[in-house]
Design a protein around this ligand. Structure first.
Ligand SMILES: C[S@@+](CC[C@H](N)C(=O)[O-])C[C@H]1O[C@@H](n2cnc3c(N)ncnc32)[C@H](O)[C@@H]1O
Length: 205
């Protein structure tokens, strides 16, 4: 069973009945710093985009972005934010309800994939399958940007730890990846102290 029960969609639907703890009204600063250090190429896929702040931030940088989340309320909130933007900016972003664990079903190729708190929701086997799909949908030299908890609370309904060793095992040269950087970081929330986290930028060969 997943850390989010037998029915993760119901779990996340319930969280979105209020403002989720991770919804800080802006992109996670660690992710925007990583993107500034290792600039992405478009088009960009935002997996588990939540209410869309990171996608909109990337559009402000001039990128075409597809934000995907499986919670309808999250996508409705994201689309409300889009509606308040100038049309030229809003036209760069599409939000879609879909399973971001299976990004190959989107049948699109991307220059970059941003993952702000997504991979750490899943167990190692699901993570391996997800990473294999990322390899299929990233263009050559495309980059995957990861931001995840680096400590394990061992509490149901809370993401798991992803450490540098796991990143190095998931993204090897044999599997077609080059790790550009792995950094210690923080994951901010609305409700608690910052959580120790990891950020990584990984490039498709
Ligand atoms: C920790 S939140 C992060 C949200 C956003 N990226 C941010 O930084 O604020 C994880 C998000 O992943 C979404 N999610 C979980 N499993 C999913 C799946 N299989 N497909 C699409 N979205 C999923 C949740 O609904 C939630 O919005």
């Amino acid at each position: 069973m997943s850390r989010f029960g037998n029915d993760p969609l119901s779990f996340f639907n319930a969280v979105y009945e209020a403002t989720p703890p991770w919804d800080i009204g802006m992109p996670q600063p660690a992710m925007s710093d990583l993107l500034a250090t290792y600039p992405p190429a478009g088009p960009i896929l935002d997996v588990g985009c939540g209410s869309g702040d990171l996608s909109i931030y990337l559009a402000r940088l001039g990128h075409k972005v597809l934000g995907v989340d499986f919670v309808e309320a999250a996508i409705t909130g994201a689309n409300k934010k889009l509606a308040s933007l100038p049309s030229e900016l809003a036209s760069l972003v599409t939000f879609k309800v879909a399973d971001a664990l299976k990004p190959s079903l989107l049948e699109e190729q991307f220059g970059a994939i941003v993952d702000s708190g997504f991979l750490h929701l899943f167990d190692t086997m699901q993570g391996e399958r997800f990473v294999a799909e990322l390899g299929e949908i990233l263009l050559p030299k495309g980059r995957y940007y990861l931001h995840a908890f680096s400590i394990d609370f061992q509490i149901p309904g809370v993401p798991r730890k992803i450490d540098a060793d796991e990143v190095q095992t998931l993204f090897t040269a044999e599997k077609g990846w080059q790790i550009k950087d792995i950094q210690s970081a923080q994951f901010l929330s609305r409700v608690a102290e910052p959580v120790p986290a990891i950020c990584a930028c990984i490039e498709r060969l």
